[in-house]
Design a protein around this ligand. Structure first.
Ligand code: ZN
Length: 214
């Protein structure tokens, strides 16, 4: 069985602030926030799994069955993932590092929320949860790459079509949705399968041909 090398590169626009937790966020060498690859992978796995089920795959139970392409792509206990996800790094020419949103100010937003004691229906005595949030409008770049088995000629394209369809439907990432955080949009910028390059529209049309997406 041959394997095809695949790469999907994308930009992720965080149109609202991203909540990066009370304990600080990973930052890169310039002090800009980083979205961990595992965070993106988890969100995209759920969407890819929904799309694959719509396409007629048996629902993924996460058991690492070799017949489950979600487990093959994203991994499962005892099964190594076919694809590796890079961290998403903030794009420097979009963030004005020397301007008003220089790194020192990017992470200083704080939003807080008072949790309600569900039993007593009151928030007395509950500590406020504080989220450190990023400036809205940050753009990040990331990539996912690996090897996909190709026992049929159409298989890598259909599998990457699922992944691209899921990436393009990603609308939320990370915590803090209740405080207006985490709205994202994804623009797929490059797709390579073996030596061939594809557009996002070409990939997603592989799916609409079989009725998975409209
Ligand atoms: Zn599975």
């Amino acid at each position: 069985m041959a394997n095809e090398r695949v790469l999907v590169a994308f930009r992720l626009l965080a149109s609202s602030p991203l909540a990066i937790g009370p304990n600080g966020s990973p930052v890169d060498s310039a002090g800009l926030p980083v979205i961990r690859g595992g965070t993106i992978k988890g969100a995209v796995r759920r969407l890819t799994s929904q799309l694959a089920t719509a396409l007629g795959d048996a629902p993924c139970t996460g058991d690492g069955s070799p017949t489950c392409r979600i487990c093959r792509l994203f991994g499962a206990p005892g099964l190594e993932a076919a694809l590796r996800w890079s961290d998403a790094l903030a794009v420097r020419d979009v963030v004005r590092v020397d301007g008003p949103s220089r790194p020192a100010n990017i992470l200083t937003g704080l939003r807080s929320r008072q949790p309600v004691d569900r039993a007593r229906r009151t928030n007395e005595g509950q500590a406020r949860i504080q989220h450190i949030v990023t400036t809205p409008g940050l753009v990040f770049e990331a990539r996912v790459e690996g090897w996909i088995p190709s026992n049929q000629e159409s298989e890598p394209r259909q599998t990457i079509g699922l992944l691209v369809g899921a990436l393009r439907s990603l609308r939320h990432l990370g915590g803090g949705q209740s405080i207006g955080c985490g709205a994202v949009e994804v623009d797929v910028t490059a797709i390579r399968i073996g030596d061939a390059q594809y557009s996002g529209d070409e990939m997603v049309s592989t799916l609409s041909a079989v009725g998975a997406v409209s």
